[in-house]
Ligand binder design. Structure first.
Ligand code: NAD
Ligand code: UDX
Length: 463
C-alpha cells in the first residue's frame, strides 16, 4: 500500500515534532495532527510559528515550511481518522493516579479512547500505529477493541516507539539512531510494516530501520528508557561516594566512559533525572514485572527510581545544611526550572522537588528560566498538593532575567544546564548577593575555580 494520508492523534511533544518532520520529508503525504485540546491546536496554527506550543530548536522553521502545504493541525479527530490510511496514536500514557496500579502502572484510558474512536469512525482498512510508549502486549488490547466493531474493517496494529529526546527532538528525528517497527508476522502484518518502512525510508537509511514482532518493539522502548535512566542513577550513586572520598565524579565518568564497552554518553551526574518518560516508564516496567510475579526483576529496576529520588532530596538537604541549617526567609535563586536545557517542558523536573523541600523549610525562592514562566512553575508545585496554592504563590518569585533573580540571594541553585548560565558575569552576580554567597551547581556546568576565585562558596555534585 502506498501511503498518502496520515493522521496522528495527540499534538504533544511527540506527535507535533514527529509529524512535522514526516510532513517536511514526505511532501507527497498529507499529515493531519489532531488533538482534543483546542488551545493547543490553536497554538500549533498560530500564524507566527514562534508561538507554537512546544519549544524545540529548529521546530518552528519546519512547521513554517510544511504547515498548510501537507501538514495540518485540527480538532476534528473523526474526519482525520476517516480520511487516513495510517493512524498514529501519540497520546499521553501517564502513571495511573487512581485504582489498581496507582502510582505505578501506565494509565491507558486515552489509548483506549483512541481505539474506540477509530473503531467507530473507520470505514475502510487502516494501519494503526502505536507511537505512544506502552506496556508490552497493549497491541493485543487495541486489536481486541478494533476487531469487535462488526463493520468488517481490517486493522493492522504496528508498534513504532519514539526515541527522540526533548531539546534535540528535531535532530533526533532527522538523524535517528534507528527506527523500530514491530508488527504481525502474517503476510498482512508484513505488508503494513513495509508500508511504514517506506514512509521512513524517505529520509532514513533502510539499514537503520529495524523490524521486529510487536511485543519486542513494545518492550524495547521500556527497556531503552530503563537502561538510559539506570546509567544516570549509577553515576549519581557514585557521586555521593565521590563526595565522601575525595574522588571527582566528572573524572570518574571520563575514565570509565573511555572504555568502549561503557561509552561516554549519559554519564553526567546531576541533581537527578526528570522528564515525562524515565520515571513513568520504569514504574510501568516494575509494575509489569510484578504482575508476572517477577519480584527480583521489579526490585532491580525500582532501585533506579529510589536512587533518583535520593539524589534530588540529597541536593535540597545539602543546601539547608550548608546554609547553617536554616533557609527560613532566605532568598534562594533557582537558575532553571525545565527538566533539561533547550525545552520548555517541566514535567518531573528535579527543580520542582527541590523547591518543594525548600518551601517546607520556609525558604523564599526566586526563579529564572529562559523558557518557563510563572504559571507553569506554580502549576507544577500545586500539582504536588503539599500545601495551598496561596502558600506556593507567596513562596515563589519569578524573574525574566537571572541577575535580578540572584540579587540579594543567599544562595544560587543551578537546576537546569542552560548554556547561557555559563557565560554570565559571575562577578556582578556575586557583588549583588548576600555574603557568604553560595552556589549549588546541580548540573556541574559552572567553572568551579573561577567562581571560588571570585569569592563564591561553590559546591558541585560529586566532588
Ligand atoms: P503530551 O501530553 O505532550 O501530548 C499528548 C496529547 O494527546 C495531548 O495534547 C492530549 O490533549 C492529547 N490527547 C489525549 N487523548 C486524546 C484523544 N483521545 N484524542 C485526541 N487527543 C488526545 O505527551 P507526549 O510527551 O507527546 O507523549 C506522548 C507519548 O509518547 C507518551 O506515551 C510518551 O511516553 C511517549 N514518548 C514521549 C517522549 C517525550 O520526550 N515527551 C519521547 C518518546 C515517547
Ligand atoms: C528520554 C530518552 O532519552 C528518549 O530516548 C526517550 O524517547 C524519552 O525519554 P528526555 O526525557 O526527553 O528523553 O531527555 P533525556 O536527554 O533523556 O534526559 C532525561 C533527564 O536525564 C533530564 O533531566 C536530563 O537532564 C537527565 N540526564 C541526562 C542526566 O542527569 N545525566 C545525563 O547524563 C543525561
Amino acid at each position: 500500500m502506498k501511503i498518502t494520508k496520515i493522521c496522528c492523534i495527540g499534538a504533544g511533544y511527540v506527535g507535533g515534532p514527529t509529524m512535522a518532520v514526516i510532513a517536511q520529508k514526505c511532501p507527497h503525504i498529507q499529515v493531519t495532527v489532531v488533538d482534543l485540546n483546542e488551545q493547543r491546536i490553536q497554538a500549533w496554527n498560530d500564524p507566527n510559528t514562534d508561538n507554537i506550543p512546544i519549544y524545540e530548536p529548529g521546530l518552528s522553521e519546519i512547521v513554517a515550511e510544511a504547515r498548510g502545504r501537507n501538514l495540518f493541525f485540527s480538532t476534528n479527530v473523526e474526519k482525520a481518522i476517516e480520511e487516513a490510511q495510517v493512524i498514529f496514536i501519540s497520546v499521553n500514557t501517564p502513571t495511573k493516579t487512581y485504582g489498581k496500579g496507582k502510582g505505578m502502572a501506565a494509565d491507558l484510558k486515552y489509548i483506549e479512547l483512541c481505539a474506540r474512536q477509530i473503531a467507530k469512525v473507520a470505514k475502510d482498512n487502516k494501519i494503526v500505529v502505536e507511537k505512544s510508549t506502552l506496556p508490552v502486549r497493549t497491541a493485543e488490547a487495541i486489536k481486541s477493541i478494533l476487531d469487535n466493531t462488526g463493520n468488517g474493517v481490517q486493522f493492522q496494529i504496528l508498534s513504532n516507539p519514539e526515541f527522540l529526546a526533548e531539546g534535540t527532538a528535531v535532530t533526533d528525528l532527522l538523524n535517528p539512531d534507528r527506527i523500530l517497527i514491530g508488527g504481525d508476522t502474517t503476510p498482512e502484518g508484513e505488508d503494513a510494516i513495509e508500508a511504514l518502512v517506506e514512509v521512513y525510508s524517505n529520509w532514513v537509511d533502510r539499514d537503520k530501520i529495524l523490524t521486529t514482532n510487536v511485543w519486542s518493539s513494545e518492550l524495547s522502548k521500556l527497556t531503552a528508557n530503563a537502561f538510559l535512566a539506570q546509567r544516570i542513577s549509577s553515576i549519581n550513586a557514585m557521586s555521593e561516594l565521590c563526595e565522601k572520598t575525595g574522588a571527582d565524579v566528572n573524572e570518574v565518568a571520563r575514565a570509565i566512559g573511555m572504555d568502549s564497552r561503557i561509552g561516554p554518553k549519559f554519564l553526567k551526574s546531576s541533581v537527578g533525572f526528570g522528564g515525562s518518560c524515565f520515571q513513568k516508564d520504569i514504574l510501568n516496567l516494575v509494575y509489569i514485572a510484578k504482575s508476572y510475579g517477577l519480584n527480583e526483576v521489579a526490585d532491580y529496576w525500582e532501585q533506579v527510581i529510589i536512587m533518583n529520588d535520593h539524589q534530588k532530596r540529597r541536593f535540597s538537604s545539602n543546601i539547608v545544611q550548608t546554609l547553617y541549617n536554616t533557609v527560613a526567609d532566605k532568598k534562594i535563586a533557582f537558575l532553571g526550572w525545565a527538566f533539561k536545557k533547550d525545552t520548555n517542558d517541566t514535567r518531573e523536573s528535579a527543580a520542582i522537588y527541590v523547591a518543594d523541600d525548600l518551601i517546607n523549610e520556609q525558604a523564599k525562592i526566586s526563579v529564572y528560566d529562559p523558557k518557563v514562566g510563572r504559571n507553569k512553575i506554580l502549576n507544577d508545585l500545586d500539582y504536588l498538593e503539599t500545601r495551598s496554592a496561596e502558600v506556593n504563590s507567596n513562596a515563589i518569585v519569578t524573574f525574566d532575567n537571572a541577575y535580578a533573580a540572584c540579587e540579594n540571594a543567599h544562595a544560587i541553585a543551578v537546576l537546569t544546564e542552560w548554556d547561557e548560565f555559563i557565560t554570565y558575569d559571575w562577578k556582578k552576580i556575586y557583588d549583588s548577593m548576600q555574603k557568604p554567597a553560595f552556589v549549588f551547581d546541580g548540573r556541574n556546568i559552572l567553572n568551579a575555580k573561577e567562581l571560588t576565585q571570585i569569592g563564591f562558596v561553590y559546591q558541585g555534585i560529586g566532588s
